[in-house]
Design a protein around this ligand. Structure first.
Ligand SMILES: Nc1ncnc2c1ncn2[C@@H]1O[C@H](COP(=O)(O)OP(=O)(O)O)[C@@H](O)[C@H]1O
Ligand SMILES: Nc1ccn([C@H]2C[C@H](O)[C@@H](COP(=O)(O)OP(=O)(O)O)O2)c(=O)n1
Length: 228
């Protein structure tokens, strides 16, 4: 339906680390001419700022007190996603082991979630054609009225193998343990934990290629658009 196709479409993709959220979301957004937002990068960016400014990560009230200080800007072109903090490109520094090990603690602080959630909603509202937003709580909390919600899963072994491939030969067992620990922290926090929304479509990517996952999600978006 032509009118339906012209309306912005909002797609929420959630799931634990290494399930393919970023690669899938970027490709789907690129294929369909939508914007793309990596919400994990935003939580990593605020964590990077906290670490850089000597904030005690173990102290939620210290984190809450400075939550509004950094200016975090996300570029939403899927061909060239960007993330800056106070004008500094932090795309590289937010992927360090140090930030990865601290991001769950920072992102569990309610004031941090409130601030980042507001940023995410305003970026989604500004996307003329629509947007693919990936994270942990997009379908449940950030965009509960999304047109399509996907929850990606994969076995811890598959996820660890994918991540260690990226980290240039990092030990698979320690990568697997670190992933499981982060999943547990993200799933057990009080404020908007990692969870599948009741109306999300669950896709187990363990035995699928990335191309198959992308095809599956593109088909689901097209079906939603056609049904409007
Ligand atoms: N279905 C898949 N099969 C094999 N490798 C995959 C698949 N999906 C993603 N990958 C690879 O796994 C790694 C992690 O994917 P990524 O999209 O960053 O996951 P997430 O955003 O969920 O953490 C990347 O190197 C990506 O190319
Ligand atoms: N919507 C989101 C997205 C990420 N987070 C937190 C929890 C995650 O462990 C970190 C990092 O997310 P990110 O998607 O970059 O992690 P991976 O690339 O999957 O390893 O941020 C969150 O709390 N809520």
């Amino acid at each position: 339906m032509e009118n339906g196709a012209a309306q912005p479409v909002i797609v929420a993709i959630d799931g634990p680390s290494g399930t393919g959220k970023s690669s899938t979301s970027k490709a789907v957004a690129g294929r369909l001419g939508l914007s793309y937002l990596d919400t994990g990068a935003q939580y990593r960016a605020i964590t990077w700022w906290m670490v850089n400014n000597g904030i005690d990560i173990e102290d939620p009230s210290a984190i809450a007190a400075v939550t509004d200080k950094p200016e975090i800007v996300s570029g939403t072109d899927p061909a060239h996603p960007t993330i800056t903090v106070d004008g500094v490109d932090v795309a590289g520094p937010i992927r360090t082991q140090e930030v990865t090990s601290k991001v769950s603690a920072v992102s569990a602080v309610p004031e941090v979630r409130a601030r980042i959630t507001e940023l995410q909603r305003s970026l989604a509202a500004a996307a003329d054609q629509g947007i693919v937003v990936e994270g942990r709580d997009i379908g449940t909390t950030v965009l509960p009225d999304a047109d399509l919600k996907i929850f990606l899963t994969a076995s811890p072994e598959a996820r660890a193998a994918r991540r260690s491939g990226e980290l240039k030969g990092a030990d698979v067992n320690s990568t697997r343990e670190a992933l499981i620990k982060r999943d547990a922290a993200d799933s057990s926090r009080k404020t908007s934990p990692l969870a599948k929304a009741d109306d999300a479509v669950e896709v187990d990517t363990t035995a699928l290629t990335l191309t198959q996952v992308i095809e599956c999600v593109v088909t689901l978006v097209e079906e939603k658009r056609a049904a409007r």
